[in-house]
Design a protein around this ligand. Sequence first.
Ligand code: SAT
Ligand code: MN
Length: 607
Amino acid sequence: MSQSIPGLLPAPTQHEGLVAWVSQIAALTKPDRVHWCDGSEAEKSAIIADLIGKGTLKALDQSKRPGCYYAASDPKDVARVESRTFICSQDQADAGPTNNWADPVEMRSRMDGLFDGCMKGRTMYVVPFCMGPLGSHISALGVEITDSGYVAVSMGIMTRMGKGALEQLGTDGVFVPAVHTLGAPLAEGQADVAWPCNDDKWIVHYPETREIWSYGSGYGGNALLGKKCYALRIASVMARDEGWLAEHMLILKLTSPEGVVKYVAAAFPSACGKTNLAMLQPTLDGWKAETVGDDIAWMRYGTDGRLYAVNPEAGFFGVAPGTSRNTNKNALDSLVKDTVFTNVALTADNDVWWEGLTKEAPEGLTNWKGQPHDPSSGEPAAHPNARFAVWAGQCPSIAPEWEDPAGVPIDAILFGGRRASAVPLVTEAFDWEHGVFLGSTVASEGTAAAENKVGELRRDPFAMLPFCGYNMGDYFNHWLKVGASAPDASKLPRFFFVNWFRKDQDGKFVWPGFGDNIRVLKWVVDRLEGKAEAVSTPVGHVPSREALDLSGVELSDAQLSTLLDVDAEVWTEEASLIPAFYEKFGDRLPQALWDQHAALTKRLEDA
Ligand code: SAT
Ligand code: MN
């Protein structure tokens, strides 16, 4: 009987639906004990002590990094598994051509089988959490059940977890139920391993009933179910039905030397420097950039007709390799305490290291697989997807309003991709529909692409390809509808497309990037203020050369041409690649986007 499982009852909540669900999952998964998380420091310490005992966590040198711990995952459990991620809508067409689909009835019976007894020998943690600031009308609640202490601790960093969320839930509040198991039950007397998981992995979403079931992985987006599973896949469906936006976007606050404040949301495919942009250190005097979020934005219209965003997360789950004083000092300075590192390398004096942190690897490293690092092997010491999890509030660049329940009013939405050719440094969309067109065609290309040749493109519309919980044709249509239903069209954010990655003939990056990206953002702010000149091209408004602040950067005329000129021939080829992508969505692709494509083709012909 589940009632007899220690810790299950009495529950610290009067929410009958929640207690019934937790009891039902306990009866199915058969844990040894249940722990309702309150999110306290004492609880965190106790779970960490338990994880240290099991070998899952290792304390780093506490004199150098107080409250910092290290985990090395199973080598087969290092990243999200998109091939095992499913959107189980009733109708396959509603999952769309970009998601894996499985029949929900069949999937439920498969999950019931897999989850039967899956927590034997383990503690079942009940983790109530709030995505977004507590008390915000943009926020939403969830409860994750997990048999991983590492997940419980990580959810405590990444979300508003525990008592506050449970209180918000009250006696009948709505929550997204999310069940997670490592899929590694322990038989009587069986010794545990440091990173339990299962070779069989299932990351399952039921969009209609807004449920998440995750089996077999303990890692990141597979297991911290508040993040991509809820805040993007399930929330995108909620947003579609309720008229708001759940997006894979950072949120950045910019303040000009004159004190003008603008908030920017930005979507980039992976490996395009999203976290770096979110924590930008401007190289232009007097400009200030502050971080509101680095990964996800939830946006709704406010009563004043502006689009307000909150960061649903409370922490950063960032990629460590490549993070250095030069690339992202703010990230590095966030990691001085209370951080969980996963799959980085360990130094001889029990600190962390990863490729890119310093030029040379220090002597005596232990790699993420627990072996002595051999630089001559060609193998990295840290896994390329090694991560840090840290509370956002300790980032030096965090904006004071990052937890404002009202959110922040978004002035501009940026898209970007890694494009060696064709795409200018920055382009402003003509209007909302054109902006949605730009977002729908976001792509990144391989780094080997030659100048003025369109390389192999990987489409990642709105950077949401693995994260949209429904048919992306409908998703594009939702974006169009959000624009068309704006309370006041003049208050809509404006769209820009940026590309930091243009290369010259020799394959070298033309734009300095990083802190110098403020120069592009300054042009964006000036455009919003009606102050900056632009040239109208077939692909959108591009800065006139004088309008870009290039004081202190050395760029030749030819380099500026590379960055700002629009080559009609190259763009004709670029535009010709879009239909093959759009056709995947059949009649779910909004006609307005076909019209945008036709209009672009026409403008290029006329150019
Ligand atoms: O593992 S996460 O989904 O949290 C991060 C990522 O892969 O984008
Ligand atoms: Mn992301």
